[in-house]
Design a protein around this ligand. Structure first.
Ligand code: COA
Length: 332
């Protein structure tokens, strides 16, 4: 068996900053409503013409640089995204080409906001037997062109970005090297609740037609307060499962990185887990909810700022459309 250690992280945010005041000019809302209900002050959005691989590639390059791994040595590339460049091919293949990582097998995992956690879980399965030594896992999303700028209940929440991690499979018998790595990854889904959060148009159910666009089916549909309740419950349970399965408690956690959808969701989950807010990595105020990107971006920033240090126990959990949810516990 092999351990899966974190060799390096990276992230990329588009340059365009969109403050809450922008939404005051297009829908009936206020900076005060957005701030108090979500904790979001601003978010990043792509420039015209940018696509998922344009964000995922620099995030990956930064992670590879931090890890000291040349792209041609990668064995596996997994992109957690539900907003890829095209319906086909996968964004994984486009990133592989951009990086020149032609030894790797590359594919996408569509798991909405927990896309990075799902990516870690899948990578771990490939790596535990040692058959794939070096992996790149990216969580990235461009939500800004999936939101209805006439719907005040959703348009204020989301943003764009990408984060990445380079992982290495190390034989368990090898005593030296980096700390424990990915201790566990638990993923779950419940498709019965898909209609609470979904994007109906653009796929095979509602292919691109003028009628589909006129019905605004290409945009996110969400019952926010239902999503809120399920998110708190599922993220808490998954985080508890991660700790229990490793014989640890929340007192052992050095840093908690929950999905950054809403400050009140993060506060509620931290409170249920009895984790003080000082241990919670928070980026939602500056980036909003960029879906699969929130956790790898927060992890990368916390590592680069020197908050998450080698050997720290980091607990991550996420929730999103599907519903899908999950947790990852790592000894960085
Ligand atoms: N500005 C002003 N008012 C707004 C608004 C906005 N941007 N968006 C919604 N409202 C209004 C609603 O229309 C409603 O008005 P009404 O009472 O007259 O009908 C009122 O605010 C309360 O709406 P509600 O949905 O109950 O608010 P809430 O406290 O649940 O907050 C969310 C709304 C969306 C912020 C919250 O439900 C949420 O964050 N949910 C989770 C969403 C999420 O994270 N999704 C992604 C998960 S991966």
């Amino acid at each position: 068996m092999h351990r899966v250690v974190f060799k390096g992280t990276g992230s990329y945010l588009p340059e365009r900053v969109v403050p809450n005041s922008y939404f005051e000019t297009i829908v009936e809302t206020t900076d005060e409503w957005i701030t108090t209900r979500t904790g979001i002050k601003e978010r990043r959005m792509i420039a015209s013409g940018q696509a998922m691989s344009d964000l995922a590639t620099p995030a990956a390059q930064r992670a590879l640089e931090a890890a000291g791994v040349p792209p041609e040595e990668l064995d596996l590339i997994i992109i957690g995204t539900s907003t890829g460049d095209m319906l086909s091919p996968s964004t994984g293949c486009l990133v592989q080409n951009n990086l020149g990582a032609f030894k790797a097998v590359a594919f996408d995992v569509n798991a909405a906001c927990p896309g990075f956690i799902y990516g870690l879980a899948v990578a771990r399965k490939f790596m535990q037997d040692g058959s794939h030594r070096l992996a790149l896992v990216v969580g990235g999303e461009i939500v800004s062109n999936r939101i209805d700028f006439e719907d005040r209940a959703t348009c204020v929440l989301f943003g764009d970005g990408a984060g990445a991690a380079v992982l290495e499979a190390v034989p368990e018998s090898e005593p030296v090297g980096l700390p424990g790595g990915l201790l566990s990854a638990h993923i779950r889904s419940n498709g019965a609740l898909w209609e609470l959060l979904y994007v109906p148009g653009g796929g095979s159910r509602h292919p691109p037609t003028h009628e589909m666009i006129d019905r605004r089916l290409q945009f996110v549909k969400m019952q926010g307060n239902e999503v809120f309740k399920h998110a708190v419950r599922a993220m808490t349970e998954s985080a508890e499962q991660a700790l229990a399965s490793n014989g640890l408690t929340s007192a052992d956690v050095d840093w908690f990185i929950p999905h950054q959808a809403n400050m009140r969701i993060m506060e509620a989950v931290a409170k249920k887990l009895d984790i003080p807010m000082e241990k919670v990595v928070i980026t939602v105020h500056k980036y909003g909810n960029n879906s699969a990107a929130t956790i790898p971006i927060a992890l990368d920033e916390a590592v680069r700022e020197g908050r998450v240090k080698r050997g720290d126990l980091v607990l991550c959990c996420s929730f999103g459309a599907g519903f899908v949810w999950g947790s990852a516990l790592l000894r960085y």
